[in-house]
Ligand binder design. Structure first.
Ligand code: IMP
Ligand code: MG
Length: 173
């Protein structure tokens, strides 16, 4: 059996996501925005963040897979699903669940930047700075967390636990 320990409560998440939405709203005055969520982990974060942004906003989704086991990154990223529209001249906010080694985000930033958006910003809910390999940063960051494997609020272990309302550390018994 897996043991779960709450690291960030649903109340803390809601408060912080509200602040992030306010910042994004403030940074793009009178502009429209495309939020691009990275499937599947960012889906719940995107759904909550979007409702805290008071701008003309649309959604899109992208999917990547990183080769290797569930808890460890192999370093190779592959695009599984692209966005459905041109990003040329658009304000884009890439929405990701967690920034770990930075390999995924580096790959996605390069991919989207090549589409010539007007602006490209990154919003991540969690940042594990200790594990960074690529020097990549988020423009909007929810919580810096220690080097522990977390699940819940969209994040999974072997596809499980995405529906937990709190972010929990998965402690193998
Ligand atoms: P990176 O490319 O190493 O930065 O990895 C980012 C991706 O790894 C995230 O989008 C997650 O899917 C996954 N990931 C990294 N750390 C965790 C974790 O603690 N729990 C669940 N997924 C994680
Ligand atoms: Mg992910």
């Amino acid at each position: 059996m897996d043991k779960l320990r709450v690291l960030i409560s649903r109340e803390q998440i809601a408060a912080r996501v509200g602040e992030m939405g306010d910042r994004i709203t403030h940074d793009f005055p009178q502009e429209s925005l495309i939020l691009i969520g990275v499937l599947k982990g960012a889906a719940i974060f995107l759904a909550d963040l979007a409702r805290q942004i008071q701008l003309d906003t649309t959604f899109d989704f992208i999917a990547v897979s990183s080769y290797g086991g569930a808890k460890h990154h192999s370093g190779e990223v592959r695009l599984v699903k692209d966005v459905d529209q041109s990003l040329n001249g658009k304000n884009v906010v890439l929405v990701e669940d967690i920034l770990d080694t930075g390999l995924t985000l580096t790959y996605l930033k390069n991919l989207l930047q090549a589409r010539c958006p007007k602006a490209l910003k990154v919003a991540v809910l969690l940042d594990k700075t200790a594990r960074r390999i690529e020097p990549v940063y988020a423009d909007y960051m929810g919580f810096e967390i220690p080097d522990e494997f977390v699940v819940g609020y969209g994040l999974d272990f072997a596809e499980r636990y995405r529906n937990l309302r709190d972010i929990c550390v998965l402690e193998s018994a």
